[in-house]
Design a protein around this ligand. Sequence first.
Ligand SMILES: [Zn+2]
Length: 148
Amino acid sequence: MADQIVECPHCGRRNRVPPAASGVPRCGNCHRPLPWIVDAGDDTFAEIVEQATIPVVVDLWATWCGPCRMVSPALERVACELAGTIKLVKVDVDAARKVSERFSVQAVPTLLIVKGGQVIARQAGAAPAAALHRWIESALANAGDQAT
Ligand SMILES: [Zn+2]
């Protein structure tokens, strides 16, 4: 798994960000959290998604899926808005058969929110960025209630 170069949205510094790590990637210059957007497949799903120490939004998408091309940029926007709170992981279902079987993906896009290795929310179909943002925040708020 190769590191990615992520430009800090606050100060413009280019940072090297690993696909899997504990905690949250922060800018080396201004120390604010960086958007964390990573691709995963069958071999890397456990390390990138299940072992993450922050909640992960999983975008199960396919190259031939029209709505996916609208949802992916919307999710990237939300991942920037919620930098430090969530990690966004994109999984190409055709390249990751085991992951798509495991989560019984019938339609794309299917979105999962995974916290501590458990799926806490799931939805299928496209939605605009504002709706995705609300869905993620309410799922995380509910998960927090259950934990206490
Ligand atoms: Zn910065």
